[in-house]
Design a protein around this ligand. Structure first.
Ligand SMILES: O=c1ccn([C@@H]2O[C@H](COP(=O)(O)O)[C@@H](O)[C@H]2O)c(=O)[nH]1
Length: 246
């Protein structure tokens, strides 16, 4: 089912707003908890989602030295979440330490380890910013691909990439390497701060396993209608991948 491939971020300031959004969209099976909500509420929101049998993407985007990311990953793996993020630019030592740490943390807590996925390059960065702000002397798709391959080689389960690069990553990375795409914008929605976006159907056709779709749904005047429009759009498109993490 294509609607199981949609992850909706709970990008709200507090627990009450998060609960209101979850209740408004009971059909959403996969929620993302990110920096804003986790910083304000801590793990309470994870318990609420688990009590409703929702899948959880804990998007804390760790970026630090190997010892520190390993500690953070050990702790996060204990929450029993489905997906967890780290920046690929931490480098191979930190990525390997993180991959090992999620196994250790989950075993200690008696939970299933999360799929650890690496941010290749934030979808809010344009090719111009990559060159002029970050001074990276590579074309953007090549940089994103190199980050995905670094993550794969370091033992991670997948990557977060823009839908504009997902086809190239799908063709190059192993079939089981998960590709999760934020920066999804239906034709009727505002791009906002997203610089490398595609529509839901384009992203799925290009090979995305999961789509992270926030404001087009959550900031819509009628979130349920926005959700239905997206699900309807996806029904008419074949999916390249039928992988659903269990
Ligand atoms: O490269 C990235 C990595 C993560 N995100 C997160 O996805 C959502 C997108 O929300 P929208 O409202 O659909 O823009 C948001 O939580 C980001 O933190 C990303 O956009 N890009």
């Amino acid at each position: 089912m294509n609607d199981e491939k949609i992850i909706v971020p709970l990008d709200v300031p507090d627990l009450d707003s998060a609960i209101a959004l979850i209740n408004k969209l009971p059909q959403v099976t996969f929620w993302k908890v990110g920096l804003e909500l986790f910083t304000s509420t801590g793990p309470k929101i994870l318990d609420i989602l688990k009590s409703q049998e929702k899948r959880i993407f804990l998007d804390l985007k760790f970026h630090d030295i190997p010892n520190t990311v390993a500690g953070a990953c050990r702790a996060a793996a204990g929450y029993g979440v489905d997906l967890l993020t780290i920046h690929a630019t931490c480098g191979s030592d930190a990525l390997k330490a993180a991959a090992e740490a999620v196994e250790i943390g989950a075993e200690k807590a008696g939970t299933k380890p999360p799929q650890l996925i690496a941010i290749t390059l934030l979808t809010s960065i344009s090719p111009r910013q990559l060159a002029f702000d970050l001074k990276i002397p590579l074309e953007l798709p090549e940089f994103a691909l190199k980050m995905a391959l670094l993550a794969e080689k370091s033992g991670l389960n997948g990557a977060v990439c823009s839908p504009q690069e997902v086809q190239q990553l799908r063709e190059t990375c192993k079939n089981e390497f998960l590709l999760v795409c934020p920066g999804i914008r239906p034709t009727w929605s505002d791009k906002g701060d997203q610089k490398r976006s595609l529509t839901p159907s384009q992203a799925i056709t290009a090979g995305a396993d999961y789509l992270v779709i926030g404001r087009p749904i959550t900031a819509a005047a009628e979130p349920e209608l926005a959700w239905n429009l997206i699900v309807e759009e996806l029904k008419t498109f074949p999916t390249k991948n039928q992988r659903i993490i269990d």
